[in-house]
Every structure is written in C-alpha cells, then in structure tokens.
Design a protein around this ligand. Structure first.
Ligand code: ADP
Ligand code: MG
Length: 289
C-alpha cells in the first residue's frame, strides 16, 4: 500500500469552483458512500475536495493500481492504493503463459481463446462445445479422456487446441502444445536428448499433440517415442488431446507403414491407445487460411 495524500496539491478554492466540485463528487458512488459512512461535515468534505477529485481521476492516471479512501484519526481523507483487477489479471495471464510450453508453434497461439469464435458459430459446432466442456471438466479435475479433433486443413484445429491450452493454464495447470511432425524430426536427429525431451511431455498435466499423422514414421519414432509416451500418459491417467487431418481409422494405415514394411499389429496397438484416451470429433467448416 502506498499513501498518496502527500502528492495532492492543496490550493484555496473559489466558492463557485467549490460548489461545482461538490456536485461533481456526486457522480462517484464510492465518494458519496464514504461521506455517508464517516458522517463527514460539509467543511470536512470541502477540505478533502482535492483528494476526492484526485480519487475520481485516478483510474485514468494509473490502470495498474486502484485507489481506496481512508479517514485518518484526525479525520483527514487520504488515498491508499492496492493492485487493480486489471493488474491482477495481467499478472495472472503472464504467469499462465509460463505454464504453457509451445513446441514449434507460433507464440501467437498463446493468445487464442474460445472468444475468438462467434457465439452463434460456437453453439452450432460440436467440436467447439466439446472442447469447452473438456476444458471445464479438466480444470475441475473431472476429465481424463481427451479429444481427438479431426478435420481438413485450415478449419481451425490447431487454434482450438490452443484455446483449450490457454484456458487450462489460467487454472494453474502445466500444458504442452506440440506440433508433432517437428517434434519427430527433431528427435530423429537428437537421439541423445530424446529421454529428457520426452520426460517433459510425459509429465505435463495436459498434453496437446497437434497434427498427428503428418509426421514421417520410423520404428524408432513409433515404437520408442510415441508408444511409451501414450502408455505413460494412460498409466498415470493424464489427459491428452490430438488434432489430425486423418481419422483414427486412417491413422491405422499411417502407423502401419515404416521403411521396414507393413506392421499392422503395432499400428493397431498405438491407435487403440489413442482411441482409449481421446474421443474422436469431426471439425467441419471453411478454410480460414
Ligand atoms: P488447422 O489446424 O485446422 O489447419 P488452424 O487452427 O491453423 O487450422 O487455423 C487456420 C488459420 O485460421 C490460423 O491462422 C488460425 O490462427 C486462424 N483461426 C482459426 N480459428 C480461428 C478463430 N476462431 N478466430 C481467428 N482465427 C482463427
Ligand atoms: Mg493445424
């Protein structure tokens, strides 16, 4: 708390200026309530006029602090300041953005929210309603099954995952949103980092895997990277969401084919893990690019 009365200039006031100022004070509920609550006499109000006027202007001077009126033991009106609602939400948002790790996605994804959709469009869209419900349930500790958003290029799948991510971080959870093809190409060339790298993805409260099915498959990325990740998240009941241009059925073919030939059994094991952890939802709409 900081005392501001010392900053307020005390100058003698003309009578009509006083009357006009007293009228002006009536616009502020805080001031009229304060005068009533402390039963200030007219002389006391006049003596405090500069402080009251400063109080009324305060919001336009400093958005980060909020003024509070206080009466001293000598019945002098003073202003204390506390952190404003605006500053609090600004600080929370900054802290929340530290809880969200983006892997190969633009920083602008940190600002996506459900407010980016028109409310009409939102009500008509099953994936949007499901995503909002998922976010709510997750934040209340109720959701362990995630979503698998499938749909064509540009309909807003990544944006939707980002909106879920941002809502969840604001409730204090850690989240990773990964552009999967890039994660895979990085790991293919950095075997020695794979353990630590994957540990982070295993442990976050919510993992969002963007664009699964666009990565190129090798036995290493499928059986040593992706499968243990899914197994870990399943064992620890940690929610995972996906986006993909492919349906889960099409994903089966994708995971079947490696340079070593066709392997339907392993592919099936993986897609079953995904299916048991995430509900498939089709996202339709125009291409927003
Ligand atoms: P997809 O992942 O399905 O290919 P994106 O999520 O990348 O689609 O969306 C395509 C583009 O449209 C991106 O630039 C994205 O930020 C933007 N976009 C998607 N949904 C919205 C929205 N509701 N409001 C504003 N921009 C959006
Ligand atoms: Mg995308």
């Amino acid at each position: 708390m900081q005392m501001l009365s010392s900053l307020v200039t005390k100058v003698p006031l003309e009578e009509e200026v006083v009357e006009a100022s007293l009228n002006q004070l009536k616009q502020s509920k805080d001031i009229t309530n304060f005068i009533k609550q402390h039963k200030l006499s007219k002389d006391e109000v006049i003596a405090a006029l500069p402080t009251f006027l400063y109080f009324m202007e305060y919001a336009t001077i400093n958005k980060m602090m909020e003024p509070r009126l206080r009466l001293t033991q000598n019945r002098i009106v003073e202003i204390d300041t506390v952190e404003s609602e605006y500053a609090r939400s600004f600080r929370n948002q900054k802290q929340a953005s530290h809880r969200l790790s983006l892997y190969y996605l633009p920083e602008v994804m940190k600002t996506a929210t459900f407010n980016d959709w028109d409310p009409e469009e939102m009500r008509a869209s099953v994936p949007l309603m499901k995503a909002m419900q998922f976010q709510k349930d997750f934040c209340n500790g109720k959701a362990s099954k995630g979503l698998y958003i499938t749909g064509s290029f540009g309909v807003g799948k990544t944006h939707l995952l980002a909106a879920i991510a941002n809502g969840v971080t604001r409730s204090g959870f850690t989240v990773a949103l990964c552009f999967w093809p890039e994660v895979i190409s990085y790991l293919k060339t950095h075997f020695d980092e794979a353990y630590d790298y994957m540990q982070k993805l295993k442990d976050v409260d919510l993992l969002l895997i963007d664009d699964i099915g666009s990565e190129s498959i090798t036995n290493f990325t499928r059986d040593d990277i992706f499968l243990p990740l899914m197994q870990h998240r399943m064992n620890f009941q940690k929610a995972t969401c996906f986006s993909s241009n492919l349906t889960q059925e099409q994903l089966l073919t994708h995971f079947s084919l490696t340079a070593n030939g066709e392997d339907k059994i392993r592919a099936k094991r993986i897609v079953e893990r995904i299916g048991s952890q995430a509900e498939e939802v089709l996202m339709k709409g125009r291409n927003r690019r």
